[in-house]
Design a protein around this ligand. Structure first.
Ligand code: NAD
Length: 463
C-alpha cells in the first residue's frame, strides 16, 4: 500500500515526483488504482476532471487516512485561437488588479531571430527576453568569439550549425529558420550589417542609435526597401506600458495642454578603451547612446517634431573617457504646438533616468523612465484643497520581449513596424542639429512637420 499512497500523493503534487515510468506501469498493471489512473488519463485528455471520481485517500502528516479533495472550481475556458489566452476561473473581486495569462505561440509558429553581437545587451537582456516572448524565438547567433558563442548556443538551445562568425555572416541567407536579423553591434557597424542582412533576404531589427549619420540611415532604409524587407529600430520605450500611458494622457490632455517637458538620462561610464568612447565606433558620446532616449521619448509622447534646437556641450578637460566624445549634452527643443523641452544627458555622473511632463492643471512623471525594469509613474494635480499625488503601478512587462513580438507580428501580418527606419533617421537628423548648435553656440532650425506621428507606423494595440 505504501506505493499506492506515494502514487496518490504524487498525483496531488504534495511530494517530489520520484515515480519512475516502470513504477507507474506496475501500479496501473496491478489494477489497484485502475479507477484513479483511468480518471487521471481522462482528465489529461480533456483538460477537465471527470465526474465519477472514485473516493481516494491519502496519508495526512499525522498518519491518519483522509479523503482526497475533489475538484470544486469550474473548468478553464480554452479558446481555439492560439493567440487568445486560456481563461482561468475567476476568484478575485473586480476591485482587485487584473492579471494577464500569457498566450505564447507554439514554437514552430514563432518568428526566428539571429542575434548579431553577443555583448552586454544580448547576453543580459535580449536572449533571456526570448523566454518571455510569445511570438519570437532565437534560432541563430553571430559572434567573433567561437568559445563564447558555443556556450551561449548551449544555454539557449541554438544548433551548432546555426552559429556564424562575422566572416560567415552572409551565409545566414541559406538558413531558412532565420527570418529576422537583430543587429546588436557597436553603432558604426549598424549600417553595414543592416544592408548586408537585407541583401541576404532577412528582415532587420536594428539597435538604437540607428547609425552614425543621416546618410547611413538613408542607405539602410533604401537597402531594406530594395530587398523588400522590413526594418525596425529597437526603441523599446515606445512599446513600454508606462510610457504608453503617459503618451495617452498627453494626447487626451488629461491635465490640460502640455507646455513644458524636462528629461534627463545620465550614467557614469568607466572604460576609456570601450567602443562607446571612440568616436568612429560610437558616433558621439552621451547623446547618441543615452540622451537619445530623452529625444525619442519626447517626440513619441507629443507625436510632434521639433522645429528648433539649442544645445550646450561639455567634457571635463583631461578625462581620458572624453578625449573623443562628449561627457555632457544639454539641449532645448521647440515644438510646433508651443511645447518647450529641456533635456540633458551625462556620461560622468550617477545614474538618473527620468522625465516630467507639465500640463496646465497637473504634471506626469516617470522616474526611472528609461530603465529596463522598475519604471515608476507619479502624477500630481489639485482637487480643491488637496494636492493629489498618485503613483499608479502598472504590471511590468519585459520591454525587449514586447518589442520583438511587435516586430514578429508585423512580419506575420505584413504590417509596417511602429518604429521603422524613418523614425531612426529623424532622430539622427535632430541629433546632427544638436551637435551643430553646440558647436556654433546658437539655435538651429529644423523643417516644420505639420502632421503627427509622421515617421511611425500603426501603433500596436497593446504593449
Ligand atoms: P557591448 O560592447 O556590450 O557589445 C557589443 C558586441 O559587439 C560585443 O560582443 C563585441 O565583441 C561585438 N563587436 C563586434 N565588432 C566589434 C568591434 N569592432 N568593436 C567592438 N565590439 C565589437 O555593447 P552593448 O551594450 O551590447 O551595445 C550594443 C548595441 O546595443 C549598441 O548599438 C547600443 O547602443 C545598443 N544598446 C541598446 C540598449 C537598449 O536598451 N535598447 C541598451 C544597451 C545597448
Amino acid at each position: 500500500m505504501k506505493q499506492l499512497d506515494q502514487f496518490i500523493e504524487w498525483m496531488h503534487g504534495s511530494v517530489p515526483k520520484e515515480v519512475s515510468r516502470q513504477q507507474f506501469l506496475q501500479w496501473a498493471g496491478r489494477g489497484i488504482t485502475a479507477g484513479v489512473v483511468g480518471n487521471f488519463a481522462a482528465s489529461c485528455r480533456t483538460g477537465q476532471p471527470t465526474t465519477n471520481s472514485p473516493s481516494i485517500t491519502y496519508t495526512a502528516s499525522d498518519g491518519t487516512r483522509v479523503p482526497s479533495s475533489s475538484w470544486q472550481t469550474p473548468p478553464a475556458k480554452v479558446p481555439d485561437n492560439p493567440e487568445q489566452p486560456i481563461q482561468l476561473e475567476e476568484w478575485k473581486a473586480k476591485t482587485e488588479k487584473e492579471t494577464d495569462t500569457p498566450a505564447p505561440l507554439p514554437n514552430d509558429q514563432r518568428v526566428g531571430y539571429a542575434i548579431v553581437g553577443l555583448g552586454h545587451l544580448s547576453l543580459d537582456e535580449l536572449l533571456p527576453a526570448f523566454g518571455e516572448s510569445k511570438k519570437s524565438k532565437v534560432v541563430a547567433l553571430v559572434s567573433g568569439s567561437p568559445e563564447k558563442m558555443r556556450k551561449v548556443a548551449q544555454q539557449y538551445g541554438v544548433k551548432p550549425e546555426s552559429c556564424y562568425s562575422y566572416q560567415d555572416y552572409d551565409k545566414l541567407k541559406d538558413n531558412k529558420e532565420v527570418q529576422v536579423i537583430y543587429i546588436v553591434l557597436p553603432n558604426s557597424m549598424h549600417a553595414e550589417y543592416t544592408i548586408r542582412g537585407a541583401q541576404a533576404g532577412k528582415h532587420i531589427l536594428c539597435e538604437k542609435p540607428m547609425a552614425n549619420s543621416v546618410q547611413e540611415c538613408q542607405a539602410m532604409i533604401d537597402a531594406c526597401k530594395k530587398a523588400d524587407r522590413k526594418l525596425m529600430v529597437a526603441y523599446r520605450i515606445q512599446y513600454e506600458p508606462n510610457n504608453r500611458m503617459i503618451r495617452q494622457m498627453v494626447q487626451d490632455q488629461k491635465y490640460g495642454t502640455v507646455k513644458f517637458i524636462e528629461a534627463v538620462n545620465n550614467q557614469n561610464s568607466a572604460n576609456p578603451q570601450h567602443w562607446r568612447h571612440i568616436k568612429a565606433l560610437a558616433g558621439g558620446g552621451a547623446l547618441p547612446d543615452i540622451g537619445l532616449y530623452c529625444l525619442n521619448t519626447i517626440r513619441y509622447l507629443l507625436g510632434e517634431e521639433p522645429t528648433e534646437v539649442f544645445a550646450y556641450q561639455y567634457s571635463t578637460p583631461g578625462d581620458p573617457r572624453f578625449r573623443e566624445v562628449e561627457e555632457l549634452m544639454s539641449w532645448q527643443m521647440k515644438f510646433p504646438s508651443g511645447v518647450y523641452a529641456s533635456c540633458a544627458t551625462h556620461y560622468g555622473v550617477h545614474e538618473a533616468r527620468r522625465y516630467r511632463v507639465y500640463g496646465e492643471r497637473g504634471w506626469m512623471e516617470l522616474s526611472p523612465a528609461f530603465s529596463y525594469k522598475g519604471i515608476q509613474m507619479q502624477t500630481s494635480h489639485a482637487e480643491g484643497k488637496i494636492e493629489r499625488v498618485e503613483q499608479p503601478k502598472l504590471t511590468e512587462k519585459n520591454q525587449f520581449a514586447t518589442e520583438m513580438d511587435h516586430f514578429s507580428e508585423c512580419i506575420m501580418q505584413n504590417k509596417q513596424p511602429f518604429t521603422p527606419g524613418e523614425e531612426g533617421l529623424q532622430d539622427q537628423r535632430i541629433m546632427e542639429a544638436i551637435y551643430q548648435s553646440a558647436k556654433e553656440g546658437k539655435p538651429v532650425k529644423l523643417p516644420e512637420i505639420k502632421t503627427k506621428d509622421t515617421f511611425r507606423g500603426p501603433m500596436p494595440k497593446e504593449a
